[in-house]
Ligand binder design. Structure first.
Ligand SMILES: Cc1cc2nc3c(=O)[nH]c(=O)nc-3n(C[C@H](O)[C@H](O)[C@H](O)COP(=O)(O)OP(=O)(O)OC[C@H]3O[C@@H](n4cnc5c(N)ncnc54)[C@H](O)[C@@H]3O)c2cc1C
Length: 240
């Protein structure tokens, strides 16, 4: 039997967001993410409104939950934003965005989506990325591969095969054509992968994804999350 997460009274009283358990009418909607094939049931969803809410949720999760997931926009194709039986920290109410046009810097809270982000940046005359990066040319290829975590800086093409459908009866056929197309194109590919496009079982490729930056990211992970509390993702293990 799955273990319930018991939120202490003092946390419940000061929590400004919503604490949603399986008996709550909001639960079914709250556990859903963009990928309709993801059908996981968290023991508790802590929909946070403020940073102290996040801190409290994390404390309760570390004490009681076998697993903690973080939901930002819920668009990760692998469905890593949801946990089966653990605590889901839901940031969808936290969409604050602050723009510093002088230093050309934007801070965005974890629930923000590109629509709001681009709008806020555009108000201050800052251009941001769009969703399409194909072909893969221009300024993005002129950045040093070690300047950011993202190492892929050679010019070329980025391929994303998007297979989307509404009717569950069409699942097999749609996964099938996407996989076949991928296999047909594989001989012409470089073998590099982009983390945002990975499916749930692609975790073993993490070292290849980050390439030259992998060891540095392991050191950062060791420093900020040595216990690997945040592991429901394409995980960089602090053990290396
Ligand atoms: C139709 C479609 C098209 C897409 N097109 C593109 C594209 O063109 N380019 C592109 O780059 N990507 C694309 N993506 C992929 C998507 O942008 C990425 O998967 C992105 O990471 C989703 O962000 P999210 O906030 O919705 O993530 P979520 O699904 O909410 O979470 C993703 C992962 O990040 C973790 N996480 C989220 N927030 C935090 C946080 N604050 N702290 C710690 N961990 C956190 C979660 O635990 C989870 O592991 C597309 C996805 C879809 C469904």
């Amino acid at each position: 039997m799955k273990r319930a997460i018991v939120v202490p009274d003092e946390v419940r009283e000061s929590f400004t967001g919503e604490l949603i358990d399986p008996a709550d009418p909001a639960y079914e909607q709250a556990r859903r993410v963009h990928n309709g094939l993801v059908d996981k049931r968290p023991a508790l969803i802590a929909r946070c409104r403020t940073v102290p809410d996040v801190v409290d949720a994390l404390t309760v999760g570390r004490e009681q939950a076998a697993e903690i997931s973080v939901r930002g926009g819920g668009h990760n194709v692998a469905g890593k934003a949801v946990t089966e039986g653990g605590l889901m920290i839901d940031l969808s109410l936290m969409r604050g965005i602050r723009v510093d046009p002088r230093h050309q810097t934007v801070w965005a809270q974890g629930g923000s989506t590109w629509k709001e982000f681009n709008r806020a940046a555009a108000c201050h005359g800052l251009a941001t990325t769009g969703l399409s990066i194909m072909p893969y040319l221009g300024a993005v290829t002129r950045v040093d591969p070690t300047a950011t975590a993202f190492p892929h800086r050679s010019p070329g093409y980025s391929l994303l095969i998007v297979s989307q459908w509404q009717d569950p009866a069409e699942t097999e056929a749609n996964i099938g054509w996407a996989a076949e197309t991928f296999e047909a194109l594989r001989p012409y590919m470089s073998g590099r992968r982009y983390v945002n496009n990975l499916s749930a079982d692609d975790g073993r490729m993490v070292r290849d994804i980050w390439g030259i930056n992998y060891e540095r990211l392991v050191r950062i992970k060791r420093r900020y999350d040595p216990d690997n509390v945040f592991r429901l993702n394409h995980n960089i293990n602090p053990a290396g």
